[in-house]
Design a protein around this ligand. Structure first.
Ligand SMILES: Cc1cc2nc3c(=O)[nH]c(=O)nc-3n(C[C@H](O)[C@H](O)[C@H](O)COP(=O)(O)O)c2cc1C
Length: 282
């Protein structure tokens, strides 16, 4: 995904929008967004995911019904489909859909990740889902209302959405016993700050990162097991988003590196942490 603006600015600019103006998206803006999602986007685990802009059909006059009254006024939604639900395809959905969300943000459109509060049955018909295909999450897209609705305020308050935990909860050095200071993060300090600002379901912020020399190891804090058939979908979407922020920021800073699964990390036994993937500087 190509951005005209700095991704650091776009990440800072994004926040969840649950109330939209009854105004269609400008043609030129729509064209740019459609162009950005014309080709499937590829995740770190090589899943190719096609995204679509879906206009609500006439029988669903507004987004209220589709989103269990969570989103008001939206007429258009961004929707993607994965061929089959596995931990890797879901992480890749998080990684690629966040790029689409950030592109919409760059275009001054409001968005909101919805991983729970949407009616899959309505969308399945519109998208014509096949076999094992699933829609892990969607987002409304449109012009935000100028005022924060009472609904947004209540939700924001309930999930403390404008807040993020401090550095010491997320970033570690060598192992989970030593926290990583901003100074020790050096040239990665701003990139990690952008990971800290990643959105997450219920604002749970469960990603954890260990810096070990030139390597960054990404984990999810959870007691839930991750197996090919059983896994916490929302937490995997969240880590995909964190990986996206990290990747886009190091690319913008022109810091070269690559993603790898490290076998010995995968074999680590931990009650609370699940290893996902590592980034290694070249
Ligand atoms: C994977 C994922 C799923 C989410 N699902 C929902 C949802 O179903 N309903 C909702 O109102 N918000 C949902 N959110 C939005 C989060 O509550 C929001 O991103 C978080 O509180 C941080 O606030 P911010 O996006 O304004 O920074 C979801 C976010 C993520 C990343």
């Amino acid at each position: 995904m190509k951005f005209q603006e700095s991704v650091f600015n776009i990440i800072r600019k994004r926040s969840s929008c649950r109330k939209y103006q009854n105004v269609p998206i400008k043609k030129q803006t729509l064209r740019i967004l459609e162009h950005a999602i014309k080709k499937p986007l590829k995740g770190l685990f090589n899943t190719e995911i096609k995204y679509k802009l879906v206009k609500l059909p006439d029988e669903i006059p507004d987004s209220n019904k589709l989103t269990y009254r969570m989103v008001r006024g939206a007429k258009m939604f961004l929707v993607g489909v994965i061929p089959q639900a596995t931990p890797e395809t879901v992480i890749d959905y998080g990684y690629t859909f966040e790029q689409v969300i950030l592109k919409a943000t760059e275009l001054d459109l409001g968005t909101c990740w919805l991983g729970q509060t949407f009616r899959n049955d309505y969308l399945a018909k519109v998208i014509e889902l096949k076999n094992d295909e699933i829609i892990p999450a969607i987002s409304p897209v449109g012009y935000p209302t100028n005022t924060t609705g009472i609904r947004d305020s209540i939700i924001s308050l309930a999930i403390r959405s404008k807040r993020r935990k401090s550095w010491k909860h997320f970033f570690f050095q060598k192992d989970f016993f030593h926290t990583l200071s901003r100074e020790a993060a050096g040239k990665f300090s701003e990139t990690l700050e952008m990971v800290r600002w990643a959105p997450s379901s219920r604002n749970s912020q469960l990603w954890r990162i260990i810096k070990d020399e030139k390597m960054f190891h990404f984990y999810i804090e959870t007691t839930e097991k991750i197996t090919p058939t059983k896994f916490p979908k929302l937490k995997l979407l969240d880590i995909g988003i964190a990986l996206c922020h990290f990747d886009l920021c190091v690319q913008e800073q022109n810091i070269k590196g690559s993603w790898q699964k490290i076998a010995e990390k995968e074999n680590e036994k931990s009650h609370l942490k699940r290893y996902i993937i590592s980034w290694i500087e070249k």
